[in-house]
Design a protein around this ligand. Structure first.
Ligand code: FES
Length: 105
């Protein structure tokens, strides 16, 4: 790829559901917390419509990682920023178990 076609390896988008169920559980505060936080270069934030995980909201999705967080509160934002966005390690305790299955035998 030539440089203009090469995606920024650090670019990410954070989508935060702002539909009814998630809003009832505080998703607007989560969106504002991300917007008011100094994010790494290339990270964008936006509110979205329903992401289909209404029973476990507020739902936050990080792309292109395809990482889904559930029941996120504004207090969770610093750890998501530091651990995931700055250091590349998703926050296990906040992963949506309906999407990120964990099996142990
Ligand atoms: S209302 Fe947020 S995922 Fe459906």
């Amino acid at each position: 790829m030539t440089p203009p076609d090469c995606p920024n390896p650090f670019s990410r988008n954070i989508s935060i559901c702002q539909h009814q169920s998630c809003q009832r559980h505080g998703s607007l505060a989560v969106l504002k917390a991300f917007e008011q936080t100094r994010l790494p270069p290339g990270v964008t934030v936006n509110g979205t419509g329903c992401l289909g995980q209404c029973s476990s909201g507020p739902t936050v999705k990080v792309n292109p990682d395809n990482v889904w967080y559930c029941r996120v509160t504004q207090a969770d934002v610093p750890v998501i920023v530091e651990q995931h966005l700055e250091n590349g390690e998703p926050v296990d305790a906040l992963l949506n178990p309906r999407i990120h299955f964990k099996f142990s035998f």
